[in-house]
Design a protein around this ligand. Sequence first.
Ligand code: HEM
Ligand code: HEM
Length: 133
Amino acid sequence: MEGYVLLAWINVALAAFNAGLFIIKWAIKRASQGKEPAIRKAWMQKIQLFSKIHRLTGLLLIAFGLLHGYLALGNRIAWHTGTLLWISILVIFAIFLLGKAKIIKAWVQWHRIADLCFWGLLLLHLLNPWLFL
Ligand code: HEM
Ligand code: HEM
């Protein structure tokens, strides 16, 4: 298997993990309902751990996405459905930064909406990768 293909599917896995934070948080909250305070606290700490991993995997996705694209296009970067997809990840990241800087309120909502756009663009990238050529 070529390196760029392996990286491509690692990227899909990273994106799925990141989007799954929503489900992981929901499942942990549900599992801790009605439990003793000490158990609830331990579960909440698990959420924080997933949240930290989420930031790391998000940044890895930015780096590996660009590397995958560079290799897939024969050691160059050009305008492509993948480039658009990659820009959508930058937007997701930018929303996080703007939220932290208190420039966007309710940023998590926008972060989630941008995530939905990402999945749409991934479908385009897979179904019609060379659309722009
Ligand atoms: C690029 C770096 C990224 C950073 C620094 C980041 C950071 C965050 C933070 C701080 C939250 C708040 C919720 C929490 O931490 O519990 C969050 C939520 C979320 N992120 Fe990201 N994120 C990044 C990338 C991504 C990517 C690439 C995706 C999807 C492919 C994504 C999908 C989500 C979703 C769906 C939520 C909502 C979870 C919920 O409902 O609470 N994030 N992100
Ligand atoms: C700078 C950004 C990117 C560029 C330039 C790019 C470019 C490409 C190219 C040229 C292909 C081969 C298309 C073909 O002929 O079939 C490809 C395949 C693929 N890309 Fe990207 N891509 C980028 C980002 C991404 C990202 C961020 C992801 C995932 C989150 C991704 C996932 C995939 C997948 C799953 C394939 C199919 C691999 C296979 O053949 O099994 N790409 N990409």
